[in-house]
Design a binder for this molecule. Structure first.
Ligand code: DQA
Length: 147
């Protein structure tokens, strides 16, 4: 089983970006934690980040072609990108949406996710642990569907 963890804009700045909201953990540290958890779960993990909408769309398409499940923190594109929504729907990937922060407790424009309707589920508000919880949930889902 292969999982692609896809990260959108500004997540490369984690650790020094609005630490009051996103915490002090860096994306490299989150990647290490995901790799460790993936090892425990017995799945292969690909971890990617981009600041560009079209590139994120390409990452989703590549996951689809690889038959991989997708764990996605689309960051601000969550709230704006029809192209990303269409990529998830069109490539028929099983995707779980994640966020570090509780987007529902923040500005109103963050309450809407354009990708949530085409994702299997959403995890938000647990800081870096949202990645681990989302990974566990995604693998659980994919294993359930396979057996
Ligand atoms: C975020 C929440 C988004 O609203 C924001 O644009 C981000 C990060 C999160 O992980 O909490 O960049 O996806």
């Amino acid at each position: 089983l292969a999982i692609h963890v896809l990260n959108g804009p500004n997540l490369n700045l984690l650790g020094r970006r609005e630490p009051g909201i996103y915490g002090s953990v860096t994306l490299a540290e989150i990647e290490r934690d995901c790799v460790v958890r993936a090892g425990e779960l017995g799945v292969s993990l690909t971890f990617r980040q981009t600041n560009h909408e079209g590139e994120l769309v390409g990452f989703v398409q590549e996951a689809g072609e690889a038959g991989a499940g997708v764990l996605i923190n689309a960051a601000a594109y969550t709230h704006s990108s029809i192209a990303l929504r269409d990529a998830i729907a069109g490539s028929k990937v099983t995707a779980v949406e994640i966020h570090l922060s509780n987007v529902h407790a923040r500005e109103e424009f963050r309450h809407v996710s354009l990708i949530a309707p085409v994702c299997a589920g959403v995890v938000c508000g647990f800081g870096a642990y949202s990645y681990r919880a989302g990974l566990d949930a995604l693998v659980h889902l994919l294993r359930g569907r396979q057996s």
